[in-house]
Design a protein. Sequence first.
Length: 131
Amino acid sequence: MRRTTAAAVAGAALALLAAGCGGAAEARPASVVAISQLGAAVITQSFQQRVLYPILNFAGLLSIFIGITQLLPIPGLDGGRILFVIFELLRGKPINQEREGLIHLVGIMILLGLTVVIVANDIINPISLAR
């Protein structure tokens, strides 16, 4: 009987998405609610098997996903700031700081609204670890 860790399930889902074989369930965004459910399953399984690698694997995957998300060119994230710096370099002069701040504020407000929707979705439709 083969045991599958929750981190392996997440990695397999990512591989399927990259290959274009994944469905909407694997591609849905996850909030802190879904991440904590998945993390609890990983920690439980790690303690049952008395090994540390599932926790380290999960932490590594989580760090990679957070890093990729931060680099998205969305105002309010690091990628949005990078986009503004590139735009300033191409334009040759700096953008008005008040205007840039307002754009980042709007971006953060949209992200916060999206976060509320995703958390509500994770509470109403919790993730399923069964395969």
